[in-house]
Design a binder for this molecule. Structure first.
Ligand code: DQA
Length: 142
């Protein structure tokens, strides 16, 4: 059975409260339940991690090495400026899908700069909570 680490970055613990007109009303727990349900269907084991701290996210990516088969990550605002998260994803070399709830390209200019995305196999942006499901479905596709 494949194992996937699902990492959420800063402010995603505030989903449900945070700008619901952009991010919807689901909490991170609600989204994780949806992911878990889809993972069971796909026979994939998932583990969830959230942190607001860049270095902790880097550590969690490192912890996936030798322990997981792939990573799904929503780096939050770090997506737009974290060379450290990009390097960590490249370092472990696992297949990775970067996820965004909102369509970052339809938003402010500073969100168009995608620093971490180049370390992923693919990027899914703008499908709300379903972005995570699409990532799970596509992560191990050849
Ligand atoms: C986000 C988009 C980022 O620009 C923002 O900083 C977030 C959430 C998304 O899921 O749409 O925190 O990653």
């Amino acid at each position: 059975m494949k194992k996937v680490l699902v990492i959420n970055g800063p402010n995603l613990n505030m989903l449900g409260v945070r700008e619901p007109e952009i991010y919807g009303k689901m909490t991170l727990e609600d989204i994780n339940s949806l992911i878990l349900k889809k993972a069971e269907e796909l026979n994939i084991q998932v583990k969830f991690y959230q942190s607001n701290i860049e270095g902790e996210i880097v550590n969690s990516i490192h912890s996936a090495y030798n322990n997981f088969d792939g990573i799904i990550i929503n780096p939050g605002a770090y997506s737009h400026y974290s060379g450290a998260i990009y390097d960590a994803l490249k370092a472990v070399g696992l297949p990775c899908a970067e996820v965004h709830i909102s369509n970052v390209f339809a938003r402010e200019e500073h969100r168009h700069n995608m620093v971490t995305a180049g370390a992923s196999k693919g990027v899914i942006s703008g499908f709300g909570a379903k972005s995570y499901i699409l990532a799970l479905e596509g992560l191990f596709d050849e």
